[in-house]
Design a protein around this ligand. Structure first.
Ligand code: PLP
Length: 219
């Protein structure tokens, strides 16, 4: 199937109001350009170095989302242009983004990444930590950023009930924080589980392989 067909199939499955972040990691700029020309403006990458190589070669009105684990010493590279950092998993990182965002007189959007998966390997804040950070944000600790929502990844499993349970945990936290200060974005769901994520309340999904095809990490 062509990228164009795959993209259309995904778009057709998204209810109105659900944002698509096209995850282009490992795929060449030519493929990103192709999807951009179909009307897609929001793309996600998970590595700073890869993003820095692609960014100058592509249209400047692309909204780049960083979705992978970010080291504090790399924030400065993306701060001038990044639209949203979805993978904020520590206070240290949030402080650094706040600092760099201020230097560029920007207000970088961030999502708090919350650990909802049972797996050990996944990055993310504990629910209690996310609440604490959000409270600090409300109290004015991070004036140069905007926390626009939450991001989470479910366990990689065929067990749909488990995936659903994890997504609903994040939705519950989202609703709770949203009472304290309105949030916009609940980012959950990838190629294999985005329909479940949407059923559980996601309004932003991060879809890579279902658009661009399988990733080849050997290159
Ligand atoms: C790679 C990645 C995705 C997209 O995964 P697919 O299964 O290819 O859709 C989504 N979110 C994060 C955080 C990722 O690293």
């Amino acid at each position: 199937m062509s990228i164009k067909e795959s993209y259309q199939i995904i778009k057709d499955q998204l209810p109105e109001g659900v944002q698509l972040v096209a995850v282009s990691k490992t795929h060449p700029v030519s493929a990103i350009q192709e999807v951009y020309e179909l009307g897609q403006q929001v793309f996600g990458e998970n590595k700073v170095q890869e993003l820095m190589e692609k960014y100058p070669l592509l249209p400047q009105d692309i909204q780049w989302h960083l979705i992978g684990h970010l080291q504090t010493n790399k924030v400065k590279y993306v701060a001038p242009f990044i639209d949203t950092i979805q993978s904020v998993d520590s206070e240290k990182l949030l402080s650094e983004i706040n600092k760099e965002s201020g230097k560029h007189s920007r207000k970088i959007k961030v999502l708090l990444q919350v650990k909802i998966a049972a797996e050990e390997t996944k990055f993310g804040l504990e629910i209690s930590e996310a609440k604490q950070l959000f409270q600090q944000y409300i109290n004015g600790y991070f004036p140069n950023i905007e926390i626009t929502g939450l991001m989470g990844m479910a366990t990689f499993t065929d067990n749909e009930e488990q995936v659903r349970k994890e997504f609903l945990t994040l939705k519950k936290l989202f609703d709770e924080l949203n009472q304290l200060k309105p949030l916009k974005t609940l980012s959950m769901g990838m190629s294999d589980d985005f329909p479940v994520a949407i059923e559980c309340g996601a309004n932003s999904v991060r879809v890579g392989s279902a658009i661009f095809g399988r990733r080849d990490y050997s290159k």
